[in-house]
Design a protein around this ligand. Structure first.
Ligand code: SAH
Ligand code: MG
Length: 233
């Protein structure tokens, strides 16, 4: 997005150096980026911190652990009674995440569930979480949504990351490469559901790669059947 790289560079200049003895988030973030692991960006990190301090959740669910960066970051932003459950299905990253968790001060507050979120989400308890960070395969968000809303408490917050794909989702259908069209269509459907469904309140924000913040306002939220949404793009 237009400002996002400049904003990030600017924000990094505002950050002071890490204090002595602090957990080395900067080093971990740089390492991850060098290895092509898409960890949250600094502006998203700051946004999550603000949301977490406003919401003060008890139990956070994350879909997409990668190497555990954002899970540890969220742990560092919340008080010692806050639990974080995080789901990941890619073995090499699971191992790295577990090593990172074991060496961080928040280890006992973070539980990693290994497996495909499409299956794992179905096994989680209804209304068990009051803050959900959706940060996995973008084309699957729409499929995860019914279970995500089932496990989210009424009044809870759902944060979906990377929903604008650096602006690609805002382009006309014709401007989108054929290979990107599935993700494009599904992400548009996803945003449409978040914005239109009764009982959900959503704001789409051009921060990082695009984020959607959704509040679940009602106990039961009826999501329109898939396919009934697509507009003729
Ligand atoms: N939240 C992390 C980054 C996550 S990157 C951070 O900011 O630090 C997205 C992760 O989602 C990848 O590691 C990928 O393997 C995982 N993922 C994608 N689809 C998934 C699925 N269906 N089930 C579980 N994990 C999935
Ligand atoms: Mg992300």
């Amino acid at each position: 997005m237009i400002y996002s790289d400049r904003l990030r560079t600017f924000l990094h200049t505002l950050e002071g150096p890490a204090a002595e003895g602090e957990f080395p988030f900067d080093r971990l973030r740089l390492q991850a980026q060098e290895n092509g692991v898409p960890v949250i960006r600094l502006e998203m990190e700051q946004f999550l911190q603000v949301l977490l301090e406003l919401k003060r959740p008890e139990h956070i669910l994350e879909v997409g652990t990668a190497i555990g960066y954002s899970a540890m970051r969220m742990a560092s932003f919340t008080s010692s009674d806050v639990k974080i459950t995080t789901i990941e299905n890619y073995e090499p990253r699971i191992e790295e995440a577990q090593r990172n968790f074991a060496s961080c001060p928040w280890n006992e507050r973070i539980s990693l569930i290994r497996g495909d979120a499409a299956e794992v989400l179905g096994t989680l308890e209804r209304s068990a979480y009051d803050f959900i960070f959706m940060d996995a395969a973008k084309a699957q968000y729409i499929h995860f949504l019914p279970d995500v809303l089932r496990v989210l408490k009424t009044g809870g917050l759902l944060i979906s990351d990377n929903v604008l794909q650096d602006g690609v989702i805002l382009e006309s259908h014709y401007a989108v490469e054929r290979r990107d069209r599935t993700i494009y269509r599904r992400m548009r459907d996803y945003l449409r559901v978040l914005c239109r469904t009764e009982g959900l309140t959503t704001s789409v924000i051009p921060i990082g790669d695009g984020a959607a913040v959704t509040i679940k306002e009602q106990d039961t939220v009826e999501i329109p059947a898939e396919g009934s949404l697509s507009q003729g793009e």
